[in-house]
Ligand binder design. Sequence first.
Ligand code: NAD
Ligand code: UDP
Ligand code: UDP
Length: 312
Amino acid sequence: MKRILVTGGAGFIGSHLCERLLSEGNDVLCLDNYFTGSKANIAHLLSNPFFELVRHDVTAPFYAEVDEIYNLACPASPVHYQYNPIKTIKTSVMGAINMLGLAKRVRAKILQASTSEVYGDPVVHPQPEEYWGNVNPIGIRSCYDEGKRCAETLFMDYHRQNGVRIKIVRIFNTYGPRMNPNDGRVVSNFIVQALRGEDITVYGNGTQTRSFQYVDDLVEGLIRMMNTGDSVTGPVNIGNPNEFTMLSLAEMVLAQAGSASKIVFRPLPSDDPKQRQPKIGKARELLGGWQPKVQLEEGLRKTVEYFKQNAS
Ligand code: NAD
Ligand code: UDP
Ligand code: UDP
């Protein structure tokens, strides 16, 4: 039985990861400060004696004896990470230092939940891991983008300097049940708006693109990445290469939700990336043929169902 620490474990992705790790017979320590996550996301796991919950902020040191660490703690939606940008960058940078210090002390393997945002508004399309990105260092998204870039640097330096066993995964837009209905991300926004009969808010003219991955495919990729040999550090992209415009996403959500809401256009936030699509050849090669299995229509159906039960 492995002892596994999941920081940000009460969040959207973290809760699915904890659930899966427990079902595989691990001892899971879930750490969260509940900024964007909630106890409701992991309430169903509390009766499992191998699940333990700690209220803690990763910007402060943390001591525990564990074999593996998944470092997911960080608000992920623009609305939440821009709410207190200084706290966001502290979470990424000081959180990475503390979790790397912990990994170094107990010789644990540690995986960083990095992001496609390290590519910024990419001029290379689709994005391979070799691309260094096009990131504004002083804009409103920088607290998140540069925080995550600095965390990658710290991971590589703890690896090179201290021999820490690291794994960096660049996650592309992921959606599914337990997204926070108020976090302002596009999939949750559109679904909640459609179910409530409110206007669907498309930012800009809706021609910007994203590639959406269902959460189960991501969790499979994260676990496979953790289980690779020590020479595999990443970064590795994990995402679904099927790319959609926001306008087509709005139309799919309306159809799935059977909603009569109308589409309205709102100003595009600054530095909003125009396009995003992962190259996933590395993940396929290094993660035993991993590839996304759930396509957008099926994933949206499951997510709409969840929001109908929980947030409409
Ligand atoms: P989320 O907001 O649901 O989860 C983040 C969790 O971290 C929450 O439970 C939150 O309370 C917790 N947290 C935030 N600051 C903390 C702190 N200082 N100390 C302890 N806990 C803290 O978001 P998510 O979508 O589940 O994202 C999880 C991770 O994956 C994040 O690191 C995010 O950057 C990364 N990621 C997500 C996506 C995506 O599309 N969902 C894409 C790229 C990267
Ligand atoms: N740290 C932690 N848990 C541990 C070990 C270290 O939170 O089990 C923190 C520690 O407080 C420090 C950070 O991780 O701030 C980095 O640790 P490292 O050993 O790399 O640096 P140092 O302690 O030498 O500054
Ligand atoms: N978006 C939108 N309407 C919304 C929320 C977001 O059109 O109500 C757009 C946003 O401008 C961006 C895309 O959807 O172009 C994805 O936004 P999200 O915040 O989900 O993720 P990110 O921009 O971080 O990829």
